[in-house]
Design a protein around this ligand. Structure first.
Ligand SMILES: [Zn+2]
Ligand SMILES: [Zn+2]
Length: 256
């Protein structure tokens, strides 16, 4: 299931493109220059992309997505691009050390990866622009700058290293130090000293813990004759934080 290697049918060797190709003059080559400028994102046909596939969801996931780093041409009919592959989370290879937030043991997708999420990679390849199926609108999501917006179009916030299989760190939330899946609502703790975003399951554990603490404070700790506290142990739940299937988040978040 997890694709370890992306190999476009149009891939050519990096050496060849350096030796034989010239930088495309974008002013002269309007087709390539206007359509696929450096740094744009593109849909790329893979060996398994159906011929009639379009770039609308959900069939967009039949395409690969890449970021164009440079376009070079030998002549008008031989135009190649150096690209950095973007991964759909389902394509991520599993981490070298198992991680608690993997969706399943065989793959690298994490529970916080959203439906519109892509992961940037350092996997570079040269592909024929004929394998491109159009531009993709992919936004970078800076969680610290942009906040916890609803994500209903393609975005990336994380990078994947092909060598180490490591994903770059992203913003931590909640008492579990987990991450935000923009498809799954999180809840803010109303407690004045908290005011943090919590996963639903973590919120339940957190609230129960707080309530038990309150009850204990109200009733007061009693000590037995030996001076040992007989105070009952606060609720200690397991913080599993399993996200639900996609749920409507807009209404919930806008009320907070
Ligand atoms: Zn949590
Ligand atoms: Zn709290």
């Amino acid at each position: 299931m997890a694709k370890v290697k992306k190999q476009s049918p149009a891939a050519v060797s990096l050496k060849r493109i350096k030796d034989e190709m010239e930088d495309v003059d974008y002013a002269k080559d309007s087709i390539v220059g206007d359509t696929y400028g450096n740094d744009c994102f593109v849909y790329v046909r893979s060996t398994t992309t159906p011929a009639e596939n379009d770039t609308q969801e959900p069939s967009m996931k039949n395409f690969w997505i890449a970021r164009v780093l440079q376009v070079r041409a030998k002549d008008a009919s031989h135009v190649y691009a150096l690209v950095a592959w973007m991964y759909w989370p389902d394509e991520l290879p599993k981490p070298k050390k198992p991680s608690a937030d993997q969706v399943n043991k065989a793959g690298g997708k994490r529970t916080y990866h959203g439906a519109y999420e892509l992961v940037a990679s350092n996997y570079l390849e040269v592909v024929d622009v004929l394998s491109f199926a159009g531009k993709a609108d992919v936004q970078q999501w800076d969680e610290d700058e942009d906040g916890d917006q609803i994500r209903s179009q393609l975005y990336w916030r994380q990078t994947f290293s092909r060598e180490t299989h490591a994903l770059s760190p992203i913003r931590e939330h909640c008492i579990c130090k987990g991450h935000y899946n923009p498809d799954v609502p999180m809840y803010i703790c109303d407690n004045a000293e908290c005011k943090i975003w919590l996963h639903k399951q973590c919120l339940i554990d957190h609230t129960l813990t707080k309530e038990f603490e309150k009850i204990n404070l109200a009733s007061g700790s009693t000590s037995n004759s030996k001076g040992r506290s007989t105070k009952t142990k606060p609720y200690a739940g397991v913080l599993s934080g399993k996200p639900e299937e996609r749920a409507p988040t807009k209404d919930l978040l806008s009320k907070m």
